[in-house]
Design a protein around this ligand. Structure first.
Ligand code: LLP
Length: 419
């Protein structure tokens, strides 16, 4: 459920008409709904409320905008971060250090040090050597780093290959059959409190079966680790819950997820940690765009919009589907291709899709753009960096400026010898 609905035929974000934002801020522009963010945050919290001890860390890679993070911090969410930059953002947004989990397969010494300096809640270790380095850094400063070991359960998440992370051949985590040995060795090191395990098998999972299979393997590992004398107090179950992108598409609900987790983790007696990203913010954002041309072609006409693959990369990267809708539809439909102005054939949002009839100058939206949208934007083709707007009721504010080519050029230097 989201809060992007039509009132008197005009698409609104909560109580704000999209054309008003477009007139004020220009296009393309991402628009987020506070009510939708809060709703999803609460729905997931409620679905997990029955579990004994729970920690929810928003995977801020999905939407790191400070205002968005602020909404989630207010709703009791911590942060799952994967870089020093994300760590700084989580803190800047008001998330408490102890509520921050640091994931990522390539944390540098400098990033590990930053995490120690800030006193974050947990490091998710991806390989033995990383654990040893973290222990050494912490010990040198008389600290003890709270950590869990990320395990690769070798489960097929059944999602797009580029966002699947739990197969043996993926770069993430340690092989499940080597976990006990690594745990034995790392847990002897001073400076490290290795207190549990973590998994994350992939993103945009539409069914719970792969998650359930992975969680069961982790449950067996927890029993094995305990039998070997290890004190296991935390299990991080990652993120991955999918959202509907197409009209009528069904995905598992938060309630179904909560019930499955409760059933599978019965008796584990640990703090369960979660790292949802897309589920919280995916449907809480749209990308507003203006139609530049409707260009006749030998096949279907091309609707050329002012948003491009640099603003919303998902269709070009993962062949992702984003629903396209006119802001003030006439009710007529036609079959068209939708593309942006970037000089690549890959800058195509849809081919041969039945959509609202639009004309040059009309406004339209791509839905479900709140996760992995603005954060993956670039300035390719020297296009400005796309701005972001947050709506709450009848209020709205620009929460990220459009960064113009002049500003970007301002960070570039031409040395004397290159002139
Ligand atoms: N935890 C870890 C360790 C992760 O790697 C990820 C996502 C998450 C949590 C959050 O997963 P979510 O709940 O959002 O599925 N750019 C891609 C998605 C990449 C996901 C990377 N990892 C896309 O646009 O589909």
């Amino acid at each position: 459920m989201d809060h992007f609905n039509r009132k008197n035929g005009v698409l609104h974000a909560e109580d704000v008409a999209i054309p008003q934002i477009a007139a004020d801020v220009g296009t393309p522009v991402y628009v987020y709904s506070t009510a939708t963010l809060e709703r999803h945050a609460q729905v997931l919290k409620a679905a997990l409320a029955d579990l004994p001890r729970v920690h929810i860390a928003f995977a801020i890679k999905a939407n790191p905008n400070l205002a968005v993070l602020g909404v989630l911090a207010r709703n009791g969410y911590g942060a799952d971060v994967v870089s020093g930059g994300e760590l700084k953002r989580a803190l800047a947004a008001g998330m408490k250090p102890e509520d921050i989990v640091f994931s990522g397969v390539g944390k540098t010494r400098r990033e590990l040090q930053l995490g120690l300096d800030e006193g974050i809640g947990q490091f998710n270790i991806e390989l033995e050597e990383e654990g040893a380095v973290l222990a050494e850094l912490a010990h040198a400063q008389g600290k003890i780093a709270p950590a869990v070991l990320r395990v690769n359960p070798d489960v097929d998440a059944g999602t797009h290959a580029k966002i699947s992370t739990g197969k043996a051949e993926n770069k993430f985590g340690v092989a499940i059959d080597s976990a006990l040995g690594i745990f034995d060795r790392l847990s002897k090191l001073p400076g490290l409190n290795l207190r549990g395990v973590a998994i994350h098998i992939g993103s945009q999972l539409k069914t719970l079966d792969p998650l359930e299979a992975a969680y069961k393997r982790i449950g067996e590992l927890v029993a094995e680790l305990r039998a070997a004398g290890h004190d296991i107090t935390h299990v991080d179950l990652g993120g991955g819950l999918g959202v509907p992108y197409r009209p009528g598409e069904t995905v598992s609900s938060a309630e179904e997820f909560g019930a499955m987790v409760k059933r599978v983790t019965q008796g584990w007696d640990v703090t369960l940690m979660f790292e949802p990203g897309r589920f919280i913010c995916g449907n809480a954002g749209v990308l507003v765009t203006e139609v530049i041309w409707v260009k006749p072609a030998s096949g279907n006409p091309y609707v050329i919009v002012d948003a491009a693959m640099n603003d919303l990369a998902r269709p070009a990267l993962y062949d992702a589907y984003h629903e396209f809708e006119a802001v003030e539809p006439t009710g007529e439909k036609f079959v068209a291709n939708i593309a942006g102005p970037v000089c690549e054939t890959g800058d195509t949002f849809a081919m041969g899709r039945e959509i609202d009839v639009v004309r040059s100058g009309d406004l339209a939206i791509f839905r479900t753009a709140g996760a992995y949208g603005a954060t993956m934007a670039s300035t390719y083709n020297s296009r400005p960096l796309v701005p972001e707007v947050l709506v709450s009721g009848d209020k709205y504010a620009v929460v990220a400026d459009r960064i113009q080519a002049e500003t970007i050029m301002g960070a570039e230097r031409v040395p004397e010898w290159a002139r």
